[in-house]
Design a protein around this ligand. Sequence first.
Ligand code: KG4
Ligand code: ZN
Length: 337
Amino acid sequence: MIILGIESSCDETGLALYDTAHGLLSHALHSQVDLHTDYGGVVPELASRDHVRRIVPLLREVLTQASLDRRAIDAIAYTEGPGLAGALLVGTAFAHGLGSALGVPVIGIHHLEGHLLSPLLATPRPDFPFVALLVSGGHTQLMHVAGVGRYTLLGETVDDAAGEAFDKTAKLLGLGYPGGPALSRLAANGTPGHFKLPRPKLTSGDLDFSFSGLKTAVLTVARQNELDDQARADLAAEFQAAAVDVLVAKSLAACRQTRSTRLVVAGGVGANSRLRSELSKAAGARGIEVFYPDLAFCTDNGAMIAFAGAMRLGALTEPGPFSVRPRWDLGSVAAAA
Ligand code: KG4
Ligand code: ZN
């Protein structure tokens, strides 16, 4: 069965074809970074219009890559939410229109479920159950995953998401959007420890996170010091180290609490190389295996939506409704049969 996946929740249009027998056949992405750069963040109306422009050429591209005609598509999965309402509507309308033209089932997917299952696209593939650290621009959560749709929230951020903290701190340091990759590039030239930043909630005993104070602490240091290039790099390195220390400690605590020996990392911040190296080191010392999506599938993409669709289609008894859910709690997603 061949599933077309469509992602359009924010500033990336991603399409992919996933074959339940042969795995991922093709994927294509258009990033709107250049479009939003001048504004220092995503402009929702511009994002929606760009999705409209990109979606048909991207469909042609994934079909050509896979040497398939559109009649080979057996089902369509699209991001139903959470995300920007107008951007979501583009993917939803396109999925339902194409689904109705081709006479194939259409299914809405929770964006975070896509991220959560994305490490299953990589080799080696983790078995259920596992603990998932979801670190994106909008969310920071620790989940226990017993199976598709069997998600228990263990902890989450009480304020900013990890990616949001990277983005806001990058802005404070005069770096462009998106800030995460830019800040981590700057941090590579600096040394953590020259400036001292807090590790918020490190010893709070729960599995929640807080990142807004860290960003404020960076602002305070920046105001109190004349920062040359080296000092900016040192501050970026200390910020990154502080965020990573907390993410690593809480992830290991979540594994301990749920007696899990498998940890999956998903979402854009999962591309961060310090997070990957520190987590693998600390987890390895405790007999915990860590699974990461391929770098291309850490940030938003169509492959994770096609894959989540493949996992869920078995349970689909009738066409899904035409709907978008700009706000949607992952815990309310039903278990797959
Ligand atoms: O998962 P994603 O593509 O979109 C959301 O669903 O939010 O995540 C985007 C977030 C942004 O905040 C971006 O700055 C961050 O992931 N990010 C990174 C890195 N690459 C992307 N943060 C830290 N280091 C990176 N290398
Ligand atoms: Zn995302």
